[in-house]
Ligand binder design. Structure first.
Ligand SMILES: [Zn+2]
Ligand SMILES: [Zn+2]
Length: 649
């Protein structure tokens, strides 16, 4: 019989008969090496690197050529994918045991879990979900082997037609290949490419989360199905940790905290357009002030540009074709107008309006905090994270090709300074390169991509390249920040524009006296302010840093006898530039302190009769009582701690 060479993770290799399964190969090796048995017992699949490239396969799949084989452990990214998809099958099997006649459709893996769409006349109740979960646990205990079989398309269609699975028949009819693979566990069979766990006993940590309506093939003209969502993990410990994180995320939800802290609200009168309340406006404006401080040092000039333009502007920039559906447009006096969704085209106009530019004037860095409007579909609007009305710490840099690398370096330095100010330390970079549909010349794209990658690597960040994911006008790097709940958010972005300067006919005079096209950079550090505030509120659970807190000092008199001194303390704080409030309500001290803490006010200044007599205050910071201090010393200390980072005046 033909033999193949199988190489293992430790570098050792075995000669084995061709057709040996990946699992058997790992078993033979584990026995000879006397190690790796535990990993093999836990393995949910095998990673096979062979002539067809690297793939994750069932442990039962036969090996037909020389290859490398490694066990896939359940907690690895590949392992979780196998577990989650196997849980989708497990759930479908449980549903069909409990509710015969229910048709199955599709059941993919999603972030943290899986779902399956079912066709059943009655809805699933929360009670049903609990029963389905219990049946899943029972089937997992049965430890049914999961097997794969290849069938011709006709065979598979006959099989599913007999089972009354019309959706499966429809799916198979649409598959171009001659044959399809099926997976069986006990009485349940599903059309699937796999891979799957070797037996249902590997599925031990899962939970069904919710049920929702979903249209067949996502099309509202099709029939409504019922989608059950579940989550699955490698261990009960991981599942518990995830559920705890979800609960924590609920507590930290910026929509909940935004209301509790009186920061903002949303009203159907202006969908997706937040009303910032006085306290929210303090946060919003203080963030802008912080960025302005950095602009002064990093050589940006602020500009103010129109909100409403004739649509010719976006016809020139290319946005009219690519972005029109996301814009608010209307007609007036036979002309079409729109409200700007981004600042860049206006800045290109401004560059031209400023007259002839010499290389000596560059770089020009135009910053603009203007409000922007985008017609996001109503179904996607969420709190402050997905809005129709927004502002960004947006700027556009026009420079010569020679200056590009230095501009990118400076931008990354500024971004790092901002992240340090907020204590964001878990940051990585993604580079998004040329998509299929793009504007501008390929050489420009290649130069720009190389410059971005170099800048990111020189700054010492880990860089992931997302091929083909750039915007139509240029490649981009994004700074991905991981928050305390381990969710990833892209905050800062920097993008080199390979199209707009040429489309607007922008030029500068080179040292040789010829005309050349400047390089244009789009960049933002905080990104959309609304979204940044949401992320910051959730990351900090509403405990904003002292310099950003809407109320920095809450003065709390012990009784009305000392109201006058409490008022005086408040005035002195305010005169020193601190945001101070006084709680003169006739309530118990403990209650007033608790409320100030609920409002996440960083400094509480308690004043009683002794403090009034001595001209002092008793600070309470971070839930801790401090010894009483003279008012002046207290104010000076809080002022020093509240100083805005980044050198703003
Ligand atoms: Zn499957
Ligand atoms: Zn831009």
């Amino acid at each position: 019989m033909a033999e193949i060479t199988v190489t293992f993770e430790d570098g050792a290799s075995e000669r084995l008969p061709s057709g040996t399964s990946a699992g058997d190969a790992l078993r033979v090796h584990a026995e000879r090496a006397g190690s790796g048995k535990k990993a093999l017992r836990r393995a949910v699949a095998a990673r096979v690197d062979g002539p067809d490239g690297g793939r994750v396969l069932d442990l039962s799949r036969p090996l037909g050529a020389d290859c490398r084989v490694a066990p896939v452990e359940p907690e690895s990214a590949d392992g979780l994918e196998v577990l989650r998809h196997s849980c989708a099958h497990l759930m479908a099997q449980a549903v069909q045991r409990l509710f015969p006649g229910t048709e199955i459709t599709i059941g993919p893996v999603i972030e943290h879990g899986f779902y399956y769409d079912f066709k059943r006349p009655e809805g699933f109740t929360p009670d049903d979900l609990a029963r389905i979960e219990a049946t899943m646990t029972a089937i997992a205990r049965e430890n049914l082997p999961v097997s794969r079989e290849e069938r011709s398309k006709d065979d598979a269609i006959r099989l599913f037609r007999e089972l009354g699975e019309h959706y499966k028949v429809e799916i198979i009819e649409g598959i171009p290949a001659e044959s399809v693979s099926l997976y069986r566990q006990g009485e349940f069979v599903d059309l699937c490419r796999g891979p799957h766990v070797p037996s249902t006993g590997h599925l031990q940590a899962f939970k069904l989360m919710s049920v929702a309506g979903a249209y067949w093939r996502g099309d509202s003209r099709n029939e409504m199905l019922q989608r059950i969502y579940g989550t699955a993990w490698a261990s009960q410990k991981d599942l518990d940790a995830y559920l705890k994180r979800l609960e924590e995320a609920k507590q930290r939800d910026h929509r909940k905290l935004g209301q509790q802290l009186d920061l903002f609200s949303l009203h159907p009168i202006a969908p997706g357009s937040p009303f910032f309340h006085p306290k929210g406006a303090v946060v919003y404006n203080t963030l802008i002030q912080f960025v302005r401080g950095l602009y002064a040092r990093y050589g940006y000039t602020e500009v103010v540009t129109p909100l409403v333009f004739k649509t010719d502007l976006w016809k020139t920039s290319g946005h009219y074709d690519a972005f029109r559906d996301d814009m608010f447009l209307w007609e007036k006096d036979g002309e079409e107008y729109g409200i700007k969704p981004m600042n860049c085209p206006g800045h290109c106009y401004l560059y031209r309006e400023l007259g002839k530019h010499s290389y000596r004037d560059l770089p020009l860095r135009f910053a603009d905090f203007s409000r922007l409007h985008r017609f996001e579909p109503s179904g996607t609007l969420t709190g402050l994270t997905r809005v129709r009305s927004m502002s960004q710490d947006d700027a556009h840099i026009y420079c010569t090709p020679d200056q590009l690398q230095e501009e990118l370096r400076r931008f990354i330095a500024m971004t790092r300074e901002v992240y340090d100010a907020f204590g964001f330390d878990d940051v990585a970079i993604t580079l998004q390169t040329r998509p299929e549909k793009f504007l501008g010349r390929i050489e420009l794209w290649e130069q720009a991509e190389a410059a971005l990658e170099r800048a990111a690597r020189e700054a010492g960040y880990a860089v992931t390249v997302l091929s083909g994911e750039g915007a139509f006008y240029g490649p981009k790097i994004g700074f991905d920040f991981k928050d305390v709940l381990e969710r990833t958010w892209t905050l800062a972005t920097v993008q080199i524009d390979c199209a707009m300067p040429e489309r607007f006919g922008l030029t500068y005079v080179t040292p040789e006296g010829t005309e050349a096209t400047p390089v244009m950079i789009h960049r933002a550090v905080l990104g959309t302010l609304e979204r940044f505030i949401a992320i910051l509120v959730e990351h900090t659970a509403g405990k904003l840093p002292l310099w950003l807190a809407p109320v920095q000092v809450q003065v709390v008199p012990v009784s009305e006898k000392v109201d006058a001194w409490a008022r005086r303390v408040t005035e002195v704080c305010r005169a020193a530039g601190l945001r101070a409030e006084v709680d003169l309500r006739n309530e118990k001290l403990g209650y007033k302190i608790r409320e100030a803490q609920m409002q996440k006010i960083p400094v509480i200044a308690v004043v009683g009769e002794r403090e009034a007599a001595d001209g002092t205050v008793a600070p309470r910071i971070g839930g801790e009582n401090r010894p009483a201090e003279a008012l002046d010393a207290f104010v000076a200390a809080v002022r020093a701690d509240a100083r805005m980072p980044g050198g703003a005046p």
